[in-house]
Design a protein around this ligand. Structure first.
Ligand code: ASP
Length: 439
């Protein structure tokens, strides 16, 4: 049995955190493939090494002196090495980095050094072999992740290995240059490694005890979710819930490998299991609530719209022509509403409005801004009567005016549109009615 363990930046921010990680790995001999992030913040006011590296590269790119910035980065690593009493010097590595930055190395190269160096330290600390991710993770000419090539090369390389440390976040382009995933991308590396070694589980260690039912900035100390399906997670992540990088689901999902979100600072907590499907009922009817502010609704009215074939297509064509993707399209008999991201839409609104007039010839178009969308997600909703009723009576009691309702045919989620200013109140009301009263 093999487990792939990925540790986030806060789990590796200091020697003390490294020690916790070391004991977690030693506690289970199946934890054999380790994917580290770069050192994160040691406290609230601290800086992430990745951000320091981006800043360093920016100075170098402008031909300015980046020596002080690079030394500050170096001291973060030296502090960890000293704290762990390792016999390791990063002299040569830092010399190479300095030379490359002077020669004009790009952002991705600079940022990737955060996980690369942390990987070297981790390998030395655990006495595991180190594998440079540039040798086993590949991107194509267009900069897209090359899943096939990566899987082939990585599986062959790791097959015979008992253990390895593979730094997260980056791989290489066909010309050998370094390319990173988007921010938080070490989660993706962990998932790719888990797929390649056919891991029994992909453990993703972070600083919270799992995926929380609601945003802790809105709900103080929300309950953590025990088990969530990939689909539910996708809905919640799309609506802004963060813990895991959105793209980290895809590689393991193909193999049906579960992801277990765990807390490095509280390793005995079970954390959250992210699985393909489960017969485990969620503790509450809903699995989670997430949402985002900053949407606009474009309300289009036309008498007898219901009998006009192709009306919807023409309206959506107007958005497509301006390169705007839509979020939801609830419709009535003579009305159709298109929800879009306000920041994407704002600059192009008049272009879109005139295109709708030209293509679909509506009677009126009315735009409303500053709306928020809230997704109430749960596989349990399918088999429970009255979920929508409970949501809306809770919102009514909280004096929240509901602007839009959309329930997908999967019955996995109910999307509710409210005014931006009602967003937090609405989330609290929904959390209270499903979770708080049951605790
Ligand atoms: N260190 C990178 C970041 O800060 C990648 C990661 O931590 O996953 O985004």
């Amino acid at each position: 049995m093999k487990k792939v363990v990925k540790f986030g930046g806060s789990s590796l921010a200091s020697a003390e955190q490294f020690r916790k990680v070391g004991s977690i790995i030693k506690a289970d001999p199946e934890r054999r493939f380790v994917v580290p992030s770069a050192p994160g913040k040691r406290n609230r006011n601290d800086e992430k090494v990745t951000d320091m590296l981006y800043a360093c590269q920016a100075l170098a790119g402008e031909g300015e002196d980046f020596g002080a910035k690079l030394s500050a980065i170096r001291s973060r690593y030296d502090e960890i090495i000293r704290g762990l009493s390792l016999d390791l010097s990063l002299d040569e590595e830092f010399q190479t980095i300095e030379e490359n930055l002077k020669k004009g190395a790009g952002k991705d190269y600079a940022a990737s050094r955060g996980e690369y160096l942390n990987g070297i330290i981790m390998a030395e600390y655990l006495q595991f072999p180190f594998i440079d991710a540039a040798d086993i993770i590949f991107f194509d000419e267009k900069g897209n992740f090359d899943a096939d090539k990566t899987d082939k090369v990585m599986s062959a390389r790791l097959e015979s290995m008992d253990a390895a440390v593979i730094p997260g976040f980056y791989g290489s382009m066909p010309d050998g240059s370094i390319k990173t995933f988007s921010r938080g991308g070490s989660d993706i590396t962990g998932s790719i490694v888990a797929k390649a070694v056919h891991a029994e589980v992909y453990e993703n260690w972070t600083d919270v005890s799992g995926f929380l039912i609601a945003d802790p900035r809105i709900i103080p100390n929300p309950v953590a979710i025990d088990t969530i399906t990939y689909k539910e997670l996708r809905e919640l992540s799309y609506m802004g819930a963060t813990v895991l990088h959105e793209d980290a689901i895809f590689p393991v999902r193909k193999e049906g490998i579960p992801i277990n979100i765990r807390n490095t600072n509280s390793p005995d907590d079970n954390g959250t299991w992210i699985v393909e499907s489960t017969c485990q009922k969620s503790r509450f009817v809903i699995t989670g609530i997430a949402g985002k502010k900053g949407f606009c609704s474009v309300n289009i009215e036309k008498d007898m719209m219901n009998s006009e074939v192709g009306f919807g297509r023409k309206v959506l064509q107007a958005f497509e022509d301006s390169g705007i993707s839509f979020e939801h399209v609830p419709s009535g008999i003579d009305t159709m509403t298109v929800f879009v991201h306000q920041d994407e839409f704002m600059d192009k609104e008049q272009k879109v409005v005139s295109a709708i007039h030209r293509l679909a010839k509506p009677d009126t178009i009315d735009i409303e801004s500053d709306l928020a969308l809230i997704a109430v997600v749960g596989r349990g909703m399918k088999s429970t009567r009255g979920t929508a009723g409970r949501i809306f009576s809770a919102l009514a009691h909280a004096n929240v005016n509901v602007k839009m309702i959309d329930q997908g045919s999967s019955e996995l989620n109910i999307i509710i549109g409210v005014r931006n200013e009602d967003f937090e109140t609405a989330i609290r009301a929904i959390y209270n009615i499903f979770v708080l009263i049951q605790l």
